[in-house]
Design a protein around this ligand. Sequence first.
Ligand SMILES: Nc1nc2c(ncn2[C@@H]2O[C@H](COP(=O)(O)OP(=O)(O)OP(=O)(O)O)[C@@H](O)[C@H]2O)c(=O)[nH]1
Ligand SMILES: [Zn+2]
Length: 216
Amino acid sequence: MTLSIRPDTVSAAQMVSSLSTQQTPTVTEAEMVQAVRTLLIGLGENPDREGLLDTPKRVVKALQFLTKGYNESLDELLNGAVFTEDANEMVLIRDIDIFSSCEHHILPIIGRAHVAYIPNGKVIGLSKIARVCEMYARRLQVQERLTLQIADALQGLLKPQGVAVVIEATHMCMVMRGVQKPGSWTVTSAMRGVFAEDARTREEFMNLVRHNANFH
Ligand SMILES: Nc1nc2c(ncn2[C@@H]2O[C@H](COP(=O)(O)OP(=O)(O)OP(=O)(O)O)[C@@H](O)[C@H]2O)c(=O)[nH]1
Ligand SMILES: [Zn+2]
């Protein structure tokens, strides 16, 4: 697969600014359970048969887990792990597992993120980069927005020389249903600072990402 990298467009940035629309829940958990029960009936199932008795509760719990990123904040997950450091070479974490859910079908988006930044006097605890990915992935998403959110979060936290994020993922809504294309991978990128401005820096990032990766 050919990977093309491009700086993000204005419309993509606008998409990010309009996304923090998570509302405080106005339904009870019992109502959510009841809704799943209704779904099961609509599917022609008997929610009172033994195997399904606890399913509505389990489904609600599973969905809450898969969207737990709504209840997390950058401040909390960071836990102060930003350090002053005289480093100015690229830091890359490759192959961060991503399990997200598409907002159109609430079906899994499964893939990997590759995240790099070039420090500007500050470095971040490495695990926190994976935690930032996790916080945004555990929401209802489109892959483009997920990619931008990770890039913008790191840009905001570290004010680095640049940030690069590439996500390669497969969407179960395109695999198990709909167009049914199991071999398809969607690749999205978000480039900030030097990664957007300097082709050589971007190329260095891509070479490091491609090394041993599953796409070429
Ligand atoms: N851009 C983008 N599209 C996505 C993502 N996840 C799912 N989609 C698409 O969202 C679109 C929704 O299209 P609709 O025609 O409203 O829904 P649908 O009838 O279920 O579409 P099909 O999947 O084509 O059957 C589909 O084309 C999906 O492939 C994503 O992360 N990014
Ligand atoms: Zn979908």
